[in-house]
Design a protein around this ligand. Sequence first.
Ligand SMILES: Cc1cc2nc3c(=O)[nH]c(=O)nc-3n(C[C@H](O)[C@H](O)[C@H](O)COP(=O)(O)O)c2cc1C
Length: 351
Amino acid sequence: MPEVLNEEQTAFLVRQRVARLATADAAGNPHAVPVCFAFARSSIFIALDEKPKKVPASDLKRVRNILENPEVALTADRYAEDWSLLAFVMVRGRAELLEPDNEEHASAVRLLRGKYHQYETMRIEENPVIAIRPEKAVSWGALDEPVSHGAGVLDTIHGRRSVRRYLSKKVPDEIVDQVLEAARWAPSPHGRQPWRFAVLRREETRERLADAMGEEWRVNLEMDGQSAEIVERRLEGSRRRLLDAPVLVLLCLYLEDLDEYADVGRQRGETTMAVQSLGAAAQNALLAAYGLGLDGGWMCAPLFCPEKVIEALGLDPKLVPHALLTLGYAEGDPPKRRARQSLEDLVIYRE
Ligand SMILES: Cc1cc2nc3c(=O)[nH]c(=O)nc-3n(C[C@H](O)[C@H](O)[C@H](O)COP(=O)(O)O)c2cc1C
């Protein structure tokens, strides 16, 4: 069955943080409210959160309307003073209420909490969730415009998430260049930038890498005594991720320009600083990608088979592959995003 939303509409909708939900009662009286939402497997989910006025969720006008008349519309839009950037997607469909004992309800709550950290401390799991099954989508304007206008750095930090499934939608070269530009500006020891970035786009190249890393991983999993079925499933999952993402960026350490010390302790410190800065370059890249309308993911696999990676890609043996970033447009909100520990658990004050 063809998807109701095309790739451009999906990519636009998945990146919006707010939409307007329009419902109508049996007599057709309209009602529209702003809502937070998540999107996965062609359904849109909206939580019914605790209201300041303590209105039971079932008394909310939108819920009463849906019970009387399940036809709804949801519009997500981008406004900017530069009107060449205006865009919206409107989805029409049927809404239903998922009750808390329902499996889809539990996964919708996980999705919503993954997208909005504010939901982590709200008891949305106790209320029904609205699920919209799209039947028609219309859109207008510059859906493809990459920049998330008006988002501050903290919004970008909170919004970024690891994505493991992408649309096949192509990523423009200029956006990849801007992601690499952000990585280039990461802090590094002595400002020496001890890294190199390999960009992998063609399917044959990604396949070569997947084959090389898969071989090594198979040996490791078998050594761990994993069953043949689990080995196959995990290898297939990892391979799919490498082939599914339209762009891969391999982050390698390059230690040739760093200081050399006679003692082991300082030499080790020098290498550790280089690794720390590679992490900073990775995070710069992921945040820039998110800010530019893309999503990204982090795979540690190259760290465990650096020689295989160098050989498969024909890279300089002085490079040490450390991490692989996947880049593309998310096909939906990620299903299993983990909640964060509180600052109380993470911070020690010694004032
Ligand atoms: C050093 C490092 C290695 C990682 N390796 C993997 C990996 O191999 N596979 C994967 O799916 N995610 C990997 N991740 C992503 C984490 O699982 C993810 O960041 C974490 O679950 C938090 O989710 P979020 O990024 O969506 O906030 C890695 C992250 C880091 C920092």
